[in-house]
Design a protein around this ligand. Structure first.
Ligand SMILES: [Fe+2]
Ligand SMILES: [Fe+2]
Length: 294
C-alpha cells in the first residue's frame, strides 16, 4: 500500500470580518485615486525593482548560457490593481530576455473576476516566455472556492497551473514543481507535485507561502520561489508583526535557496514603506555541483 499523502483541511487565516474591513478600506482608497497613484509610485519603469538572483544548477543547460525565470507575485487584483497596473510591468520585462514566467499566487484581493480581468497583460507576458508561463495559487485566490475560474480563463492564454504538479521546461533538465497554498489549499500534496521529476533533474519549486520552505528544501531543488509576505508591505517597527512573518528575501535552506518576493500589489492600503514592489529574475546558470538525487 502506498504511503498516505498529506491532506490538510484549509485554515482560513483571514476572517470574513477582516476581509470585509480590507475591502472597505481598499474601496475608499480607490475612490480617492489610490489605484492610479499606487501604479505611478511603485510600478512605473523607474520605480519597479527587478531583483536578480543567480543560482548555479550543476549541469549543462543545452544551448542556454542561462535560463531566466521571471517571478511575479501577489498582484492582488481588485480595487487597487488592475490590467492597467500590470501593463508597465509587462512592458519592462519584455526587454529582459525572459525564458519562463512564474506567478506565485495571490492573483486577487477578493473577487475572482478581478483576476480574470488581467487576462490581456498576462497573455502578453506568456507569449514573451518561450519556455512557458506557470502559476500556483496563494491564500487569497481561494475566495468563494472559485479559483477554477482563473484556471479556465488563463489556460487558454498560455498559462499552466501547477496544482500539486510539475512541468519540464522544454527539453532541459529543469522542472518546475508547484504546491497548493499551505494555508488555504484544499489538498497540499508535495509527493504528487514531485512525482513527475526524474532523479538527477534540477527542480525549482513554486509555493506561495515561504513558511513551507523548510519542508520543501531538498537536494536537487535549487530554489523555492515564494511570496505572500509583501516584504511586510509597511516596514515600520510597530506595524511589522501585523502581516505574515517575513523570513527575509533570500534564505539558504541547506542545498535550496528560498527566494521570497516582495510582490507587486498591496492589501488594505495602497502604500508601501521601505519595501519596493518587485519582480525577481531568477537566473539559473551552469556550474556548481551536479544535482544529487533527493
Ligand atoms: Fe499577498
Ligand atoms: Fe498571501
Amino acid at each position: 500500500m502506498p504511503p498516505a499523502r498529506p491532506v490538510r483541511q484549509p485554515v482560513r487565516r483571514h476572517s470574513q470580518g477582516r476581509l470585509a474591513l480590507f475591502d472597505a478600506v481598499e474601496g475608499t482608497a480607490a475612490l480617492l485615486g489610490g489605484r492610479a497613484w499606487y501604479a505611478r509610485r511603485w510600478l512605473s519603469a523607474r520605480r519597479l525593482l527587478l531583483r536578480r538572483e543567480v543560482v548555479p544548477v550543476g549541469c549543462a543547460l543545452g544551448s542556454h548560457s542561462r535560463v531566466r525565470i521571471a517571478q511575479l507575485s501577489d498582484l492582488h487584483a481588485g480595487r487597487l490593481f488592475n490590467a492597467r497596473s500590470l501593463e508597465p510591468v509587462v512592458d519592462r520585462l519584455l526587454g529582459e530576455g525572459v525564458d519562463a514566467v512564474a506567478l506565485t499566487g495571490d492573483f486577487i484581493a477578493h473577487e475572482v473576476e478581478a483576476g480574470v480581468a488581467l487576462r490581456q497583460p498576462l497573455a502578453r507576458l506568456a507569449r514573451a516566455a518561450p519556455l512557458g508561463a506557470y502559476a500556483v495559487f496563494g491564500n487569497h485566490d481561494y475566495r468563494g472556492r472559485r479559483e477554477q475560474a482563473l484556471v479556465q480563463a488563463l489556460s487558454s492564454e498560455g498559462w499552466t497551473f501547477l496544482r500539486n504538479d510539475a512541468a519540464r521546461l522544454g527539453d532541459l533538465p529543469l522542472w518546475l514543481s508547484g504546491i497548493e497554498d499551505p494555508e488555504e489549499g484544499r489538498l497540499v500534496d508535495i509527493q504528487a507535485a514531485r512525482a513527475p521529476i526524474p532523479d538527477g533533474a534540477v527542480e525549482v519549486c513554486l509555493c506561495h507561502n515561504p513558511s513551507a520552505g523548510p519542508a520543501l528544501a531538498r537536494p536537487g531543488c535549487v530554489a523555492i520561489l515564494s511570496g505572500h509576505t509583501h516584504g511586510r508591505q509597511i516596514d515600520l517597527p510597530l506595524l511589522r508583526d501585523l502581516g505574515p512573518r517575513h523570513p527575509g528575501t533570500r534564505v539558504q535552506l541547506g542545498p535550496t535557496r528560498l527566494v521570497v518576493s516582495r510582490g507587486l500589489g498591496v492589501v488594505g492600503v495602497p502604500l508601501r514603506c521601505r519595501v519596493p514592489a518587485e519582480v525577481v529574475l531568477l537566473d539559473l546558470v551552469p556550474g556548481g555541483e551536479p544535482p544529487p538525487s533527493p
